[in-house]
Design a protein around this ligand. Sequence first.
Ligand code: ADP
Ligand code: MG
Length: 476
Amino acid sequence: MTWEIVVGLETHTQLLTESKIFSGASTAFGAAPNTQASAVDIALPGVLPVLNAKAVEFAIRLGLAIGATIAPRSVFARKNYFYPDLPKGYQISQYELPVVQNGSLKIATEGGEKTIRILRAHLEEDAGKSLHEDFKGMSGIDLNRAGTPLLEIVTEPDMRGAKEAVAYARALHTLVRWIGICDGNMQEGSFRCDANVSVRRPGEPLGTRCEIKNLNSFRFMEQAIEYEARRQVELIEDGGKVVQETRLYDPDRNETRSMRSKEDAQDYRYFPDPDLLPLVIAAAEVERVRATLPELPQAKKERFVGQFGLTPYDAELLTGARESADYFESLVRESGAEAKLCANWQNGELAAALNRDGLEIARSPVPAPSLGALVKRIADGTISGKIAKEVFEAMWRGEGSPDAIIEARGLKQISDSGAIEKLVDEVLAANAKQVEDYRAGKEKAFNSLVGQVMKATKGKANPGQVNEILKKKLAG
Ligand code: ADP
Ligand code: MG
């Protein structure tokens, strides 16, 4: 009996504003505890929240980037619950009327492209943090994070399985960084996902879901969803029932554990916050923000396929981050070479070297114009692709421009047909057996002869020419 895994994701993205959503306190990460908590953030009596316009602009950016409706009027609500890191006793969020409604995001799956519907994205404030280390028998409270602006982005239950959920989370992660609204730092908690997981037999209505909280890496997300789905299937097959609850993923043991039974919306006693006016966004403001958006990852990916003839796979890799896509466009421009050759170099040698040294592309020791100068020398026949790898390594180590390295090491390809002909004659004379084999129909013998000529020139002979001249001589 097969089971279908159904996943819906809720993602909390911390917005890159300098100050908090309802106060002027700084949002910078890593300050000493409680040094960035203003009277508003610690909820002293009599204070009033003032909405940060930048946070609203960022919500609009995201909404436009996912093709959503920007609500002309949305409402802040109080979500009431008690917790030590929530000084007001309620979180200001949006409930019935969120600012962003009904968008979508495309993801690449094994079965091709798939559209994931995004039901809503709403603005809210983050809570503080409880600190359990460093205190014996007590907990510390750090309210620096209290009031940090969040945009919570909620999908429909459209993903089937852990791989699709991760593909969506990655696409969203790319997008929020691309449009500059979130730094995407998962370790610091700037991009946190909750996964809602249920299982059903195909064709059945949706099963009861469990929500797994605070998945802070893509790998953990995949493992947690897979574990949770397996747990639910086993439970049902043993005659049990899934209970709706909130669970925590423990990466050390690779399992999810029950944290609390799931609250219903009514437990939170939501009501409109009387301290804040409804958020009214004029159409002109939406258009102003739209004009500031860059070309988006999906559009760029389609253009890389359409305009440059790249495979969707290459285009997907190159548009994984805006810096990477910018690098590629600069590489194509500077090299004047075929886009495919450029893609092979960026996704091959360059990606491997960056990965090996743990570097972001923006910090590459070989910037796009330099790699472009190298690729240009492959394209114009000065060096072979193989020699270019040696030149690239030298560039990586800071030995200079490709032309200087090619010159200093004498790596120029030998394209003088007279010189190559002479070498071919020598190789043919010294390898009578292979020549005989080739003439007897053994194709492999030909490759071996090419190899010998290349070896004699330390790889510098123009391989195309060697092939041509050899063929001519062997036929004659
Ligand atoms: P809540 O507000 O209680 O978290 P929502 O109804 O807003 O609940 O849903 C939260 C998330 O759970 C959404 O991403 C939604 O797609 C997902 N979800 C809802 N039902 C299911 C289900 N049966 N299986 C998997 N995911 C689900
Ligand atoms: Mg939820």
